[in-house]
Design a protein around this ligand. Structure first.
Ligand SMILES: *Cc1c(COP(=O)(O)O)cnc(C)c1O
Length: 366
């Protein structure tokens, strides 16, 4: 058969250092000789006890299909975002599916713009859907450049994806900046805010995109249970959007894409979100501690609003202490590493690895 030729560059995902990561996943963490896995921006905690209890309770009912509409989950999400209604909520098999579903709504062919470097999935989804990914470079300080994005808009532009805070830089735009960008976009262009790390933002001027999504007909915010909620393995994400977008997204969503366990756990976790906030606050404090340690070691790093930090040194520095981090080259930052904020003990290990990591010419601290 003949394959669509635009699919050729989409190489299958090959995680680096598979064996060590698998070992870290099996729980060698804490053991001084075990690997610590700080590669994928997961939190080091398990699910909340409330989520575990909800899963145990649902276990005997797995012979049944889940609620196709995910009604309880939608209600819990709406309840956590004042002013929204379950009709404003999208759900998906991870926020990845939410992104896929909303990009399925716009006319084809066309272009999808996003700042770059950013999350690799955007280009993949656009390509799979027969659209052209257009990468708009970040500004010199690794921040998103709204002017550059706006000037890249053409009559072919169907959507803009803003990863906010941005993976892998951790840089963010505050609500007024996002509002300003949304206000200058043609209404025909869908603005997708990927807020996978929103719980970790400490800038008080950031929050409130759900209000923007309600008052603007072409804005949707995508979020996930994979990061702060510690449920990456379950695959559940959500979106907040004007009702007409949520309605159309439900038309293209695969039936039952959010499974029964995922619905139960995510609902319980959202209802216990005060505890998630405390965990996120811990990650923010640890992020600052890591940043100070990088600065003290003379390493250049990008100040982050997420649960990871991009630092200008190779992964081998951390590997000496059996800490696995994401090497920067595949992320668009050769010579850098992206370090996930872990538990206190894991972060101690990261800091310990910095001894003797002083580069020959000390980089200026930002
Ligand atoms: C981790 C991450 C996600 C989450 O994807 P899920 O499908 O919800 O697990 C989304 N966007 C970005 C930028 C991420 O880094």
């Amino acid at each position: 058969m003949k394959f669509r030729k635009e699919l050729d560059p989409l190489a299958p995902y090959r995680p680096p250092r598979v064996a060590e990561e698998a070992e870290a996943d099996r729980g060698a963490v804490g053991d001084a000789n075990g690997y610590v896995k700080l590669t994928m921006n997961e939190v080091s905690f398990g699910p909340l006890p409330e989520a575990e209890a909800a899963m145990r309770e649902i276990l005997p009912r797995l012979n049944r299909y889940p609620d196709r509409h995910a009604g309880s989950l939608r209600e819990a999400i709406a309840g956590a975002n004042p002013g929204t209604d379950p009709r404003n909520v999208l759900v998906g098999n991870g926020s990845s599916e939410v992104l896929l579903n909303v990009l399925q709504l716009v006319e084809k062919p066309g272009e999808v713009l996003f700042p770059w470097p950013s999350f690799g999935l955007y280009a993949a989804i656009a390509t799979v859907l027969g659209m052209k990914p257009v990468k708009v470079p970040l500004a010199g300080d690794h921040r998103i450049d709204p002017e550059a994005l706006l000037s890249a808009v053409t009559p072919e532009t169907r959507a803009i994806i803003l990863c906010n805070p941005n993976n892998p830089t951790g840089t963010h735009m505050n609500l007024e900046e996002v509002r300003g960008l949304a206000g200058r976009l043609p209404e025909s262009v869908l603005l997708i805010l990927d807020e996978a790390y929103h719980e970790f933002v400490s800038d008080p001027a950031y929050g409130g995109s759900h209000e923007l999504a309600l008052e603007t007909p072409n804005v949707v915010a995508a979020r996930t249970f994979s990061k702060a909620h510690g449920l990456a393995g379950l695959r559940v994400g959500y979106g907040l959007a004007p009702e007409h977008i949520a309605d159309y997204a439900e038309r293209v969503r695969f039936p039952f894409s959010v499974n029964l366990m995922a619905q139960a756990a995510a609902t319980a976790s959202m209802l216990a979100r005060d505890k998630i906030r405390e965990r996120a606050e811990f990650a923010v404090r640890e992020r600052e501690r890591l940043g100070e340690a990088f600065a003290a070691a003379g390493l250049n790093y990008v100040p982050s609003q997420a649960n990871f930090i991009l630092v200008e040194t190779g992964p081998e520095v951390f590997e000496r202490r059996r800490v696995l981090v994401r090497e920067g080259e595949a992320l668009g930052f050769p010579g850098w590493s992206r370090v996930t904020v872990g538990s206190a003990a894991e972060n101690d290990r990261v800091i310990g690895a910095l001894e003797g990591a002083l580069p020959a010419e000390a980089h200026p601290a930002p």
